[in-house]
Ligand binder design. Sequence first.
Ligand code: ATP
Ligand code: MG
Length: 418
Amino acid sequence: MAITITKPKGTQDIFGPQAALWQYVEGKIRNVAALFAIEEIRTPIFENVELFVRSVGEATDIVQKEMYTFTDAGGRTYALTPEGTAPTVRAYLENSLHNLPMPAKFYYVCHNFRAERQQKGRYRQFRQFGVEYFGSYSAAADAELISVAHLLLTQLDIENFVLRINSIGDKTCREAYNEALLTFLDGHKDNLCGLCQERMGKNPMRVLDCKNPACGAIVSGAPVPLDHLSAEAAAHFEELQRCLTLLGIPFVVDKTIVRGLDYYTRTVFEFTSADLGAQSAICGGGRYDNLIESHGGQPTGAVGFGMGIERLLIILEEQGKLPQISQEVTVFLGGMGEAGAKKARLLAHQLRQSGISAICDLTDRSIKAQMKYADKLGAKYSLVIGESELETGVLAVKCMENGQVVQVQIDKIMEHFA
Ligand code: ATP
Ligand code: MG
């Protein structure tokens, strides 16, 4: 039979040992978040398209090329979430979460959707671990947030990653910087791609992000935000470096990081790994002090990051750090004859109710085939219930590893496995 329908390009089916790995990584994420008292937030998988146009920015790749949008029967236009920060900000405002102790700390494991060209580590549906801190302007908050990502990478035993930090300034210096950048770009305008010529009018900093190699070559000589910081923004960046040093978190200053979303101010950072190949970013984030206000909230200092979970798994595999995870089955209960099979199903049910994993046959296999099945499942113990067991009330419980057999009363079977 030929399969006629396949999954959409850039998506993945996750099952078997791969699904167990996802659970392993998600477990680590939740443990790390708890160490910082970061609360989980779950927002919808689709939002009003305006939310992203207004926060991510009109001149960004995400909004111009990558969003999956659709219009419902009521004529409302939505987007499948391309990132997690804007929905978290929306939920924060809509649910008056500013009443929480400050800073309010949120984390999520979300699905993101971007219509990008599929490559290793680049998918159209991918998952991010994201963290957002709302309510602090302090560089110590930037450093603690960065330490969340750092601690997770360390706890996953990932090696060879680099933290790159930069400052792209804020309202106090953006105008002067944009002027310097525009003067530079004007001199090269004819050689920039059409999209960049448009970006120059909307948000010239987005030209620095262009993936077009010709534009990349031009902007490598462009003025950088770090050389145009106001005194306040420069002081914040220096304080961040002192805070990271205090925590013993190594970093490099990388003047070329500007991040692809419009909402960032001051701190921007990335964690990269050479083990990822071309898609080298594991995690990206930064400060966005104007975003909450621009959505109708009080001025609120905020900083966050998004970490690509598929890329984490690629690095874990590349570095041989994947744990061996297998399903745990305590006992297989074989059944012979109708009465034996019934009793096996009932006992299995009761064992599960006591928290003991128990499996029985559901396909009318021969007893020989049932034992093969028990072996494949990796059950620790097996037993068979047939006519004679029902008569004597005694079961032979076999340890699958060493073949040892113990006789156990049927009515003592719960206690035996407890
Ligand atoms: P890139 O430069 O690789 O496109 P980005 O700047 O678009 O990354 P962000 O929007 O900051 O990425 O998202 C944060 C993280 O999410 C990235 O560092 C990466 O690990 C992951 N990520 C981004 N886009 C994808 C994708 N299409 N597939 C898988 N992971 C992704
Ligand atoms: Mg991208």
